[in-house]
Design a protein around this ligand. Structure first.
Ligand code: FES
Length: 99
């Protein structure tokens, strides 16, 4: 099934025959997440944002209404050197609410 991976640690050959989605891939849920990240000011430099969005997308596809603990757990592999974690958590919750 679909799962987020670290692109910097994934060999292209390991994806042979598979489907690869990136943050450019679009889709209604990803657009909702983008809007929520903007509304919650969930970034500073934005360096981590593509990865944050893809991890959040994978979470919401699996668990449409995640608890705060599920959000924290699902996003724990994504480091943000700016420390925008509070806003990121709020943005994922906001996207889950459909706003
Ligand atoms: Fe700068 Fe996350 S917004 S690393």
């Amino acid at each position: 099934g679909d799962r987020p991976v670290l692109s910097c640690l994934t060999l292209a050959a390991a994806c042979d025959g598979g489907r690869v989605r990136t943050v450019e891939g679009g889709g209604e849920l990803l657009e909702r997440l983008r809007a929520a990240f903007t509304a919650e000011d969930a970034l500073q430099c934005g360096f981590c944002t593509p990865g944050q969005l893809m991890s959040a997308l994978a979470l919401l596809e699996r668990v449409p209404q995640p608890s705060r603990e599920q959000i924290v757990d699902a996003m724990s592999g994504n480091l943000c050197r700016c420390g925008a974690y509070e806003g990121i958590g709020r943005a994922v919750a906001r996207a889950a609410e459909g706003t």
